[in-house]
Ligand binder design. Structure first.
Ligand SMILES: Cc1cc2nc3c(=O)[nH]c(=O)nc-3n(C[C@H](O)[C@H](O)[C@H](O)COP(=O)(O)O)c2cc1C
Length: 352
């Protein structure tokens, strides 16, 4: 049972979730690739930036509201796609959708979800669909048609995962996603987790980005853009937004933390399309740093899994509420009354 006064921040939620989950599931959720350098860097990199507060601003009336791709959100934070949420809680993605709807945020549904697109649509949550591209073009087409029919408002193409990274924590424990966990979204009823990823293509290129944009009429958001070169190509090939992401340190374990990659990407995009960022965001102040470094919104992953594990819908809602409260407090202490007030001058490099 959740005793709210004990769980004051995301770290508290993680500690409680780690007690509740079996060791293998916790390792799968928490872990990263290889030596987990990038996983650690994600958190460390936000700490290398510090905030520069302005004083004597009337902050008695503050809003965390923002708009993103034409949608009003209660805060500049959206929820990242994460596979297999029923391992955290029996209500999985449905509880997650309800919590996010309640918080006025937006959900990105994973291709490897354990609820159907229809079930998530029923929660009423504003939603994007994350695609791992199947090798079978007909299957991809059917999935996208179904996503459009179920009110998903954008296609999030994850571009850092042509193949899966090597997760040594899982290997060491000999852990696999249990066969009782079924992927619901890949077109042929329920699919086993192992089978699911083997059906995905490692041959996706910029040409496919244009094709998806033309075929679906949905905005295409590229998740995993990490360099200025690719940021420019993303705009040229019709992307509607990019997400600076290293997949939570689960893919290439040798890249800088996402807070270090964000300025390069934001500069190359130069305001032409929105930039989002995820990886290691654990506090409202991390979200504010992201905005100062050029992001329109932050994406958060694991903290929501910890909330879902601790208390299903209520736990996920509690984590979102923590972020909202921390963003609001942070804005006020920074001398801002809205996310719009944040500029590059709000951050500085912390002295080494
Ligand atoms: C357990 C887990 C499963 C994930 N599954 C997916 C997925 O199916 N598709 C995807 O694009 N990203 C996936 N990601 C990456 C997240 O979308 C996101 O990039 C990352 O978790 C952000 O970092 P954070 O967890 O430090 O906030 C997953 C991450 C975790 C932790």
């Amino acid at each position: 049972m959740l005793r709210p006064m004990e769980l004051l921040n995301v770290a508290d939620f993680e500690a409680r979730a780690a007690e509740l989950l079996d060791a293998g599931t916790y390792a799968y959720y928490a872990g990263g690739a290889n030596d987990e350098r990038t996983l650690r860097e994600n958190v460390a990199a936000w700490d290398r930036w510090a905030l520069r507060p302005r004083i004597l601003v009337d902050v008695s009336d503050v809003t965390t509201e923002t708009t993103l791709l034409g949608r009003t959100l209660a805060m500049p934070l959206v929820v990242a796609p994460m596979a297999y949420q029923r391992m955290a809680h029996p209500d999985g993605e449905i509880a997650m959708g309800r919590a996010i709807a309640e918080a006025g945020s937006l959900m990105t549904l994973s291709s490897l979800a354990t609820a159907t697109r229809a079930e998530v649509a029923e929660t009423g949550v504003p939603r994007w669909y994350q695609l791992y591209v199947p090798k079978d073009a007909g299957k991809a087409r059917a999935i996208l048609d179904d996503a459009v029919a179920h009110g998903f408002e954008a296609l999030v193409l994850t571009v850092d995962t042509p193949v899966l990274g090597r997760r040594e924590r899982d290997l060491r424990l000999g852990w696999h996603v249990p066969t009782s966990v079924r992927v619901q979204n890949l077109g042929e009823g329920e699919v086993s987790p192992l089978g699911a990823f083997s059906e995905m293509s490692a041959a996706v290129t910029w040409r496919d980005v244009e094709k998806f944009a033309a075929d679906t009429k949905l905005p295409v958001i590229l998740k995993g853009v990490y360099t200025a070169e690719d940021a420019r190509l993303a705009v040229e090939h019709g992307a509607s937004a990019v997400i600076v992401s290293n997949h939570g340190g689960r893919q290439l374990d040798a890249v800088v933390g996402s807070a270090e990659a964000l300025p390069e990407v934001a500069e190359a995009i130069a305001g032409r399309i929105p930039v989002l960022v995820d990886g290691g965001i654990r506090r409202g102040t991390d979200v504010l740093k992201a905005l100062a470094l050029g992001a329109s919104a932050a994406m958060v992953g694991r903290p929501l899994l910890w909330g879902l594990t601790v208390d299903g819908q209520a736990g996920a809602a509690a984590v979102l509420d923590l972020f909202r409260a921390e963003i609001s407090l942070g804005l006020q202490l920074l001398g801002c009354t809205s996310p719009r007030d944040i500029t590059r001058a709000a951050v500085t490099r912390r002295p080494a």
